[in-house]
Design a protein around this ligand. Structure first.
Ligand code: FAD
Ligand code: FES
Length: 273
């Protein structure tokens, strides 16, 4: 059981919750995730540890209500309990030193990129962040990202805030202008990460993507989260979730994310009825 201590509606269908989870908070590192079971009859879903407070024994999760389980989670309030939470899972992000790193976050991926950018900044790296959302009202954690970045660029698809366009445009400009960039780290929708990888590849800049396949056990046993990286099958939960983006077969990832679309739509419809 894990009690929700705080809940904030960040944007339409995007919620931030602070959860009492002292054992997870004690060990959590940027880049790791938890597997949440909302109620005894619920499925297991992976969600990134967007922040943690070791002293308070809490972790912060930011999630998009996209289907049945995330909607169920969104209906819990302060004082409510989730049935199970397991973690921290996955490998922590590699944090280099003395590098210039561009962090690219899209949608709820901004909250997932935040703890990595914060630790990178604390380690003395130069942090350039590019964050994007479809529209101003869907942009989250701009203040947090600004606080951990030497430079922050905001994009919105519709131009309602920041630069009009997608995150890969300022990324391309930075690379085109010959600015020294040692690595790019990206978290967001698979399609966005695919295009980030395509943007950086001609420049030979090391690019890391945090993959988001469907997961079940989160501990390397079920194989649900398999992804293809450099022609090899990897399990995102134990081998990742971060991989060399230039080696990832994003088209396969996107295809596999759609495997249960009909069932997911049905489950959502029945839940909402
Ligand atoms: P479903 O009914 O399962 O799915 C509804 C729709 O969302 C379908 O169209 C489906 O294809 C699509 N979908 C399902 N899973 C994913 C996915 N993994 N990525 C993209 N689209 C998906 N989500 C957050 O909101 N916040 C996070 O911090 C976060 N961290 C994650 C960390 C990891 C390591 C992974 C693997 C995924 C993470 N996700 C995160 C995605 C999240 O797990 C899914 O959105 C969730 O499982 C959807 O469950 P559902 O029952 O609500 O929707
Ligand atoms: Fe089961 Fe990764 S989620 S092996």
């Amino acid at each position: 059981m894990a009690v929700i201590l705080e809940k904030v509606e960040l944007a339409e269908n995007i919620k931030e919750i602070v959860v009492d989870a002292p054992i997870i908070a004690k060990k959590a590192e940027p880049g790791q995730f938890v597997i949440v079971v909302v109620d005894e009859r619920g499925e297991r879903i992976p969600l990134t540890i967007a922040d943690y407070d070791r002293k308070a024994g809490t972790i912060t999760i930011v999630f998009l209500e996209i289907g049945k389980t995330t909607m169920k989670l969104g209906r819990l309030g302060v004082g409510d309990e989730m049935a199970h939470i397991a973690g921290p899972l996955g490998n922590p992000s590699e944090i280099p030193e003395n590098e210039t790193i561009v962090f690219v976050g899209g949608g709820v991926g901004i909250a997932a990129v935040y703890p990595i950018a914060r630790k990178a900044k604390q380690a003395g790296n130069e942090v350039i962040s590019i964050i994007g959302a479809r529209s101003k009202n869907l942009l989250i954690w701009e203040d947090r990202m600004r606080a951990v970045s030497d430079e922050l660029i905001v994009t919105t698809d519709d131009g309602s805030y920041g630069r009009k366009g997608v995150v890969t445009e300022p990324l391309k400009e930075i690379l085109e202008n010959g600015r020294k960039v040692d690595r790019v780290v990206t978290v967001g929708p698979a399609i966005m990460m695919k295009f980030v990888a395509l943007t950086t590849k001609p420049y030979g800049v090391k690019t890391i993507a945090s993959l988001n396949p469907i997961m079940v056990d989160g501990s390397g046993m079920c194989g649900a989260c398999r992804v293809e990286v450099g022609g090899e099958t990897k399990f995102a939960c134990v081998d990742g979730p971060e991989f060399d983006a230039h080696q990832v077969d994003f088209d396969l990832l996107i295809k596999r994310l759609g495997t249960y679309r009909e069932e997911e739509e049905l489950a959502k419809r029945l839940f909402l009825e």
